[in-house]
Design a protein around this ligand. Sequence first.
Ligand SMILES: Cc1ncc(COP(=O)(O)O)c(C=O)c1O
Length: 356
Amino acid sequence: MPNNREKPTFVLLKDKLQKNLDICQELTQYTNTQILYTLKGFDKVEGVSQIANSVSGFSIGNINELSQIECYTDKRIHTYAPAYHPKEVIPLSKASDTMSFNSITQWTQYHQISSPNTSIGLRINPKISLSQPSHCDSSHSQSRFGVSYSKFLLIYNSNRELFRDLDGLHFHIFCHQKLSSLKILLKHIATSYRDILPKLKWLNLGGGQEFTSTNYDKNGLYKLLNTFRLEYPHITIYFEPCSAIVANTGYFQTTILDIIEESPSIVILDTSIEAHLLDIAITNQKPKIKKSSNAPTPYAYRLTGVSCVETDNIGTYYFHSPLQIGDTIIFEDMIGYTMVKQTRFNGIGDVGFEVE
Ligand SMILES: Cc1ncc(COP(=O)(O)O)c(C=O)c1O
């Protein structure tokens, strides 16, 4: 199939995005759970404006991300960063409805200067080990994400005054997970923080639950959340998904520039994994490609990029029919954590450049 786009292009499918958003809206409708879209994984304005119509608010990490959503004045904002830059704490807290701190040091340093209208909390690391990729597994002893729950409980019980303003607990431990892992987390919460839960106003259960996938047990989810709500009606539950909202909502398309006869044949694509598809390289994924299969066929090709490094290599794929120079190659499910990693991942600002 010839390519009708002049350059490698990410394509967002608005109908598919809306389907995922409808599922999120249903979740809010049936359980009163609030959905905060996490901007870090996909932040293009064309998609974000559509997302804004269907979610309660946004989850952001810094001033750059705040400036991207400032126009949605009726939306809730939750803010969290592994560490706040000193000059950002006050403006971020002024703009946020809820805000969580990642460490006891940052809590101690900033909880008193954050805006009185902001409900503040702490990210806890419950050290729950789940089967998930290492780039998102924070259960190990060296994780920098959140205060280890045993340390938190120890400090909380010895110095309650320090946590007088604590309104919420924030957990983000999931990556492409199903309901069974949420059950484990809610059990951990109900048992470990029994004395603290009565004074809390909110729990942020993070992202990483695959609500929008067809085999997710949605009725089980509603039941689980509503049972929790019955016991703790004063607590607002937030989820802050990105992947579940943008899953299967678009593709990346590019063209074959050359095919080198080898075994298997080497395809040079008009793209580069290092320049355009960094997330795939970093997290060692093998994206699905249209009209190819995992099972061997006679048409095996090694897909590579057009840059000058040997490692610009996407992998070997088995196609349903022979490829030709000029053909279009379509990478599926390519909206989340892909193009955003080219320059703007997590809203992290540019680095400087100076000549001395
Ligand atoms: C703190 C936090 N919340 C939410 C998310 C969104 O996770 P997901 O895209 O898996 O839903 C992330 C992703 O890294 C995160 O770090």
